[in-house]
Design a protein around this ligand. Structure first.
Ligand code: NAD
Ligand code: DAU
Length: 351
């Protein structure tokens, strides 16, 4: 079956894995990647598929309703996989309005375009919204987030994502728009922007720079390999039920300090450094304001109803991730020295 799918934020971390999966696995689907190329968007994430026949990149803002509507019309879009967002909690603390703009206004702009262009003819249509476990708030040492857990966002980032989730459900209930939502735990893997904990520490270990640990390093995150996340999105996109929410997670909880020590151990090994050498780089710094203590996802609905399971053990996924960063230091250095920003000009304006 042919489909015309708009993927937003496809030049980011998760979006680029999603674009690659759909472009390569479904040659009959046409994939349109709409991305503003903010600091987090990097077309070097997609060099292997950028010339595929069923793929097209469009540089633009999801808040630009003229552009978004023209894409629906021109390409006869029947599905949206909405990944674009401002995604970094620390940035949301210093600039909340940027998060309201893209995560709330941008999402509603896309919903409105889908509603108007599909115009009540919802056969074969889908608006799939990619969201986060952070909308559920913060757990103590016990318990899990379920699909039924009440929303309790506590950072400007999670508040903006919660708001966007509410708008998606509102368009489903009010206008009948076919929607699906998934809320995933922390991802890790190749192409992860080095402002987030794991790639930041990998980069700093390579360069023998301090590893900043917020507070006491006791906060807990539930880590999932990014390719397992996009496999889950693929499963939900094709087999999930209209109007439903699915939690996605790895059953893989780590305190930040234990995680960073494990990274140091594996990297000392791979880099031929003395055991314990990288741990000396660990530096405790001021805590994040309003730092959520623990996230832990119960993904049993997705496992039970749609048969999805994480494919990788964490040690294996982390090792694969470290190897990727060691083999792709040009990708990392292009970000560290800012030259990745020029890729769009070089690639798309040379023709
Ligand atoms: P990212 O920051 O790596 O990428 C975001 C992408 O969106 C970038 O390519 C950026 O250029 C683009 N973008 C930002 N604003 C835009 C705008 N106004 N118009 C068009 N494009 C714009 O983010 P990520 O980590 O890949 O996260 C993708 C989605 O998954 C987000 O919605 C995030 O909330 C969600 N999520 C992320 C994680 C995680 O651990 N990274 C976990 C669960 C859910
Ligand atoms: O849970 C899903 C969320 O995971 C996604 O929705 C977000 O988009 C994504 O950024 C991520 O949010 P976190 O805040 O959990 O990820 P981050 O990598 O920023 O931080 C992970 C933990 O490590 C967190 O407890 C804060 C801590 N940390 C982070 C950084 C950047 C440090 O101790 N030092 C650091 O330098």
């Amino acid at each position: 079956m042919q489909r015309n799918i708009l993927i937003t934020g496809g030049a980011g971390f998760i979006g680029s894995h999603l674009v690659r999966l759909f472009v390569t696995k479904y040659p009959d689907y046409r994939i349109y990647n709409l991305d503003k190329l903010t600091y987090a968007g990097n077309l070097e994430n997609l060099t292997d598929i950028e010339n595929a026949d069923n793929y097209k990149f469009i540089k633009g803002d999801i808040c630009d309703s003229g552009l978004v509507n023209s894409l629906f019309e021109k390409y006869n879009i029947d599905s949206v996989l909405h990944c674009a967002a401002e995604s970094h909690v620390d940035r949301s603390i210093s600039d909340p309005l940027a998060f309201v703009q893209t995560n709330v206004i941008g999402t509603v702009t896309l919903l409105q375009a889908a509603k108007n262009n599909w115009n009540g003819n919802f056969d074969g249509k889908l608006f799939y919204h990619i969201s986060t476990d952070e909308v559920y708030g913060s757990l103590g040492s016990e318990g899990y987030f379920y699909e039924t857990t009440a929303y309790d966002p506590r950072s400007p980032y999670s508040a903006s994502k919660a708001s966007s989730d509410h708008f998606v459900r509102a368009y489903h209930h009010t206008y009948g728009l076919p929607v699906k939502i998934s809320n995933c735990s922390n991802n890790y893997g190749p192409f992860h922007f080095p402002e987030k904990l794991i790639p930041l520490c990998i980069s700093n270990i390579i360069n023998k720079k301090p590893l900043p640990i917020y507070g006491k390093g006791e906060n807990v995150r539930d880590w999932l390999f990014v390719k397992d996340h996009v496999r889950a999105i693929d499963t939900i996109f094709h087999n999930g039920k209209n109007g439903e929410t699915y939690n996605i997670g790895g059953h893989n909880e780590w305190t930040n300090i234990d995680l960073v020590k494990e990274l140091c151990r594996q990297m000392d090994n791979k880099l031929g450094r003395e055991s314990g050498e990288s741990e000396k780089l660990i530096t405790y710094v001021k805590d994040r304001a309003g730092h959520d203590l623990r996230y832990a996802i119960d993904a049993s609905k997705l496992e039970r109803e749609l048969g999805w399971k994480p494919s990788l053990q964490f040690a294996e996924g982390l090792s694969e991730t470290i190897d990727w960063y060691l083999e792709n230091q040009k990708w990392l250095n292009d970000i560290l020295n800012g030259s990745y920003i020029n890729y769009y000009e070089q690639q798309y304006h040379k023709r």
